[in-house]
Design a protein. Structure first.
Length: 229
């Protein structure tokens, strides 16, 4: 049996992490990638100073039945943990819809949990080539992300693809290449997320999203929006 899910944080109520649903957000501890703009760097190590026991999260979810609609597994990178599927089963057994925020770093585990998931927010970071490795600091990360993205689109699970963008780490030309690839793959809902400044990141927020060709992005996808920081 897989080890219990390691949880680094819990948001008891969110109206923004699963479209149209009131959700609790479970922040899974650990991520193999080291994106320079990461907004949750405390979730990168495999172990936190103090994990929240999965049994405590389950007890909370039992108390919130009828008040919450969904449980979103975020991170970190949820698919880094072998205990993810078991945790999803537990939450689903309580009647919750299941959301997943993932960058697809572990394609096999990502594909394994897709049948348990009702909605996915997929983080597409860059064109799926050397640009991905520049962002994540990990070799072949682009190939892993692309494999997971294709599995998601083939599955038919409701989803959105989103890219955190700042011209300081992803050029407008690279953003255009990425969006073109996503459109060719069949992505229907795409979100451009404004970069949010955080400790240790020496970039100012990209307040003028017009540096990206928003009109061209909107033409490529049936649904497109900019998510402001």
């Amino acid at each position: 049996m897989a080890a219990p899910l390691r949880v680094g944080g819990l948001t008891p109520l969110s109206a923004t992490d699963y479209p149209g649903e009131l959700a609790a957000v479970v922040y899974c501890q650990g991520c193999p990638w080291r994106c320079s703009y990461c907004h949750n760097p405390h979730l990168l190590p495999q172990r936190a100073a103090r994990d929240i026991a999965w049994s405590e999260v389950l007890a909370f979810l039992r108390r919130r039945r009828g008040l919450l609609d969904a449980v979103v597994f975020s991170g970190g990178e949820p698919t880094a943990q072998p205990g993810l599927a078991r945790a999803m089963h537990d939450a689903k057994a309580l009647g919750y819809r299941i959301g997943l925020h993932s960058a697809g770093a572990y394609p096999r585990r990502f594909a394994e949990v897709l049948p348990l998931v009702d909605w996915v927010g997929f983080d597409a970071k860059a064109p799926f080539d050397a640009a991905y490795e520049r962002i994540t600091g990990v070799r072949l990360s682009g190939a892993a992300a692309l494999e997971s993205a294709c599995a998601l689109l083939d599955s038919g699970v409701d989803c959105e693809f989103r890219t955190t963008w700042h011209a300081g780490f992803l050029s407008p030309a690279e953003l255009e290449r990425l969006s073109g690839t996503l459109a060719e793959l069949g992505v229907r809902r795409y979100v451009l997320q404004e970069f949010r400044a955080s400790a240790g990141v020496a970039l100012r927020p990209e307040r003028d999203a017009a540096a990206a060709d928003l009109a061209a992005l909107a033409r490529r996808f049936p649904q497109f929006c900019v998510r402001r920081a």
